[in-house]
Design a protein around this ligand. Structure first.
Ligand SMILES: Cc1cc2nc3c(=O)[nH]c(=O)nc-3n(C[C@H](O)[C@H](O)[C@H](O)COP(=O)(O)OP(=O)(O)OC[C@H]3O[C@@H](n4cnc5c(N)ncnc54)[C@H](O)[C@@H]3O)c2cc1C
Length: 462
């Protein structure tokens, strides 16, 4: 990274993760000069400790399962074992190729890369190791960290966070996963596929509780079948170290023992001691409060990514970064609709969703104004070829557009692209039902669900 001695820029960006680097790339395209500051590697959590390495592990896990289950397809293969060194080499190879590509993209005249820890010392200035970077505009994009709960210390050995889990040089014989949200179920899924005995502890009444209730039921059924243990609706109380690992106690006194405990209770905003409050920025439980144009209300300071309350997803950060760069350039971009951001949970079975759940739709519009339809993947040829179970669920406003698309089953994440177009273009089921879906694809399940909702089901079993 270059180490210039401060200077004046159109935009100073603090943090080069998904939100920060997307803002830098779009700003440079718009001919704005940028200082992009990061204390660690360009690419942030998503590239180095989040989306990419976890999805590489999940892909290796899928191969392990397919090898184990190959006989169902008439293929004879034995799963001899998981070579974690090999899995990690594959995962790290993917990360380093993407990192190299990103570094190349950011190496351009308009972008000055600054390596070091920055602090906001004025409404237009970030200081790094005594050097001052002043911007006509400032974008805060300092991301998030793995949270814990009071009294539960993450030691990185027995009690670990996702960044430690990604670096394990062995498959734990057993693991407790504290938290049944996205990160928790993804690691539970990987470790089970790799042969570990896994127990999830979740205080809320169901796994993936942010999703539609029908999705949770299907994930729980599939996890039961996979022998992934889970205890829902029971808050965690404490953890003790044992000779070989840890013992967790949950409400009611029940205990679970395992080699490691993964704390996956969410991500907190990285905003402490960065000078934000001193400059008058409003924080709520550490999150930076902005208006819908991502402006903090102070000077020309904007915020993007995980530090802004809402979905903590990389593609939301990308979109917010692009939005703010365009806003600064005076392009007046359309505000981002949070419900229009696609969500995927990459466990097995995969979960993908758009818009709002059936429960939220009924709460918002009244139960009599909402129609929902579940298309069972049992009727979808490609899903049967893959031997996956699940469904595509649609929620519509009667005589109105689609409000929610909720999908569960193998590879459902790949269908979220069409689902997001349908939602964001406020399509009516009758309009989507006219569109042709290739046969045999899982994509057809979406098409079939719309045919059924439009009153002309084809391969739909009631
Ligand atoms: C295990 C895991 C799996 C995930 N999987 C997915 C997924 O599949 N899909 C998805 O969309 N999202 C996923 N996410 C979430 C995704 O990684 C985040 O939403 C995204 O990285 C947020 O981008 P950001 O720019 O806000 O912050 P970050 O990516 O966290 O980047 C912030 C950057 O700021 C830098 N920084 C912080 N403070 C300072 C400072 N004072 N000075 C200089 N630099 C500083 C940091 O070094 C970092 O590089 C996952 C997250 C985790 C942890």
């Amino acid at each position: 990274m270059s180490q210039p001695n401060g200077g004046n820029f159109d935009i100073v960006i603090l943090g080069a993760g998904s939100g920060g680097y997307a803002a830098a790339l779009r700003a440079a395209e718009l001919n704005l000069s940028v200082a992009l500051i990061d204390k660690a590697e360009l690419g942030g959590t998503c590239l180095h400790r989040g989306c990419i390495p976890t999805k590489a592990l999940l892909h290796a896990a899928e191969i392990a399962d397919q090898t184990r289950e190959s006989e169902q397809f008439g293929v004879k293969a034995d799963l001899v074992g998981i070579d974690m060194a090999g899995v990690n080499a594959y995962k790290d190879g993917v990360v380093s190729r993407l990192y190299k590509g990103l570094t190349g993209l950011l190496k351009q005249d308009k972008i000055t890369i600054v390596q070091g820890e920055g602090k906001l010392v004025g409404k237009d200035t970030v200081e790094v190791d005594g050097r001052r970077y002043t911007g006509r505009n400032v974008i805060l994009a300092t991301g998030s960290y793995s949270r814990s709960i009071p009294g539960l210390e993450i030691d990185g050995k027995r009690v670990i966070a996702s960044e430690h889990a990604l670096k394990l040089d062995r498959v734990p014989s057993s693991a407790i996963v504290l938290g049944g949200g996205v990160i928790g179920v993804e690691f539970a899924s990987v470790w089970k596929s790799f042969g570990a005995d896994v127990t999830i502890i979740e205080a809320l009444p169901r796994l993936v509780a942010a999703e539609d209730e029908d999705i949770s039921k299907t994930v729980e059924r599939a996890f039961r079948k996979r022998k992934i243990n889970f205890k829902v609706g029971k808050p965690f109380e404490k953890v003790e170290h044992t000779e070989n690992g840890v013992r967790a106690t949950i409400a009611g006194g029940e205990t679970v023992e395992a080699e490691v405990l993964l704390v996956a209770v969410g991500r907190g905003p990285s905003t402490a001691n960065l000078g934000y409050e001193q400059q008058g920025i409003t924080l709520d439980r550490g999150f930076v409060i902005t208006n819908d144009r991502l402006h903090t209300g102070v000077g020309n300071i904007y915020a993007v990514g995980d530090i802004v309350p809402g979905l903590q997803l990389a593609h939301r950060g990308f979109q917010q970064g692009i939005f703010v760069a365009e806003e600064i350039a005076g392009l007046n971009p359309a505000a981002i609709d949070e419900a229009g951001i696609p969500r995927v949970t990459y466990c097995d079975p995969e979960v993908a969703s758009m818009g709002i759940t059936e429960a939220k739709a009924k709460e918002k519009y009244g139960a009599d104004k909402i129609t929902s339809y579940n298309y069972n993947l049992g009727g979808n040829g490609k899903s049967q070829i893959l031997k996956t179970a699940g469904f595509v669920k649609l929620v519509r406003l009667n005589d109105g557009p689609v409000l929610g698309v909720h999908m569960v089953g193998a590879r459902m994440g790949e269908l979220v692209g069409e689902a997001q177009l349908i939602y964001n273009w406020e399509a009516f089921p009758e309009e989507v039902a006219q569109l042709v879906h290739a046969h045999p694809t899982q994509n057809e399940a979406l098409g079939e669900a719309f045919l059924a909702l439009a009153g002309k089901p084809l391969h739909a079993h009631s």
